[in-house]
Design a protein around this ligand. Sequence first.
Ligand code: OGA
Ligand code: MN
Length: 202
Amino acid sequence: MTDTSLQRRLPQIIDELATRGWARLDDFLPLPLTRELAEECRKRAQTGALSPAGVGRGQALAVREGIRGDRIQWLEAGQDAACDRYLAAMDELRQALNRAFYLGLEDYESHFALYPPGAFYRKHVDRFRDDDRRTVSAVFYLNDDWRAEQGGVLRLYPRDGGELDVLPAAGTLVLFMSAELPHEVLPATRERLSLTGWFRRR
Ligand code: OGA
Ligand code: MN
């Protein structure tokens, strides 16, 4: 499917991840597939399959709308053809990252996320204090025709200082080192859909 274009773009992604700790890729998947994924996310929202996202993990997991206001559902393989194509692309990426970095990335966990208008996710780092398996974070955006004035950017705080905003526009994939890069989601004036996930090592 996207193999050839991903292969072609890999050297740059890998260089950016290594030197800056983050990388951005436009048109990661074909637009029709991205739209199918958005449709699937909306369908799940309508059928009540999405739940308020938590903060922390295990016994400390708690819903805190003052920290994050998105609704999520974890993906499982074999439920939906479009989701399976996305998971296949992410697995291809996982293998490429392993070849480049010897990170020993073993699996990929991901969920749909829907931020209603006004929802946000305060500045945080993705790796848990008591579980260091999350190594590379990946956020794939599903929103057609996103305009800057609609807000909802992902704001990254790279290690060389400053801040960097990424619009959650359909087809954009952002990768960053989970333990290193603080980031936040700013509120938007419209619904904001994504597939967010983590490549995990053993
Ligand atoms: C997260 C997260 C970023 C985004 O779910 O941990 O930071 O842009 N998401 O949705
Ligand atoms: Mn995060």
